[in-house]
Design a protein around this ligand. Sequence first.
Ligand code: SAM
Length: 209
Amino acid sequence: MIYRQKIKQMLNRLQNAGITDQRVLLAMAKVPRHEYVPTGLEFQAYDEKALPIGFGQTISHPYTVAIMSQLLSVKKGDRILEIGTGSGYQAAVLCAMGAQVFTIEKIGELAKQAERRLKAAQYHFVLRTGDGSLGWHTYAPYDAIIVTAGAPIVPDDLFDQLKNRGRMLIPVGNQNEQILTLYLKEGDHMKEMEIERLNFVPLKGREGW
Ligand code: SAM
């Protein structure tokens, strides 16, 4: 496979950057990231950068996907809500880790492309086009929620849709920079941990920008 060397380099880089969860590394070794980028960009797919996927949106850096997947402590069979499907790559990595993924994308054409890729891989997922800033009540509660766009605030609805002991990752801040924040739900209490500064495209919609 022409990408084998590039995949190996990406995995080494991720390990050097502190990704220790073998299930994350295995999933990222298995999911063909080059199939989640536009034609012509395949050879850059494993480099440490975000790439344009059209409509002003991006597929996140490999490190961002890896650290978020690691922080979510995914267990086989977990029900995970993703807000911001984009290319479908993050959803694919979570599916490859054994999760059942519910994912929402605001831009119809991106949703269509991601659905085609995820279906071809025969993953367990449900996808819809729409505003995910209010979460997705239909399938709640979730073991974990991952927001892959930068939010101005943490929408209350998302806390409500999380199971007890559930985990939520959300970048919160302004439109240029956010702090990736991890919430752990313990009964009525939410434990908050600030992880690191990152830069995501803005979360749009009712509870977004
Ligand atoms: N997880 C994606 C991947 O693996 O390619 C990367 C996501 S990209 C950084 C953020 C995505 O969030 C964009 O595709 C954008 O259209 C979407 N988005 C922004 N606001 C949204 C909203 N309110 N509901 C659903 N999707 C939204």
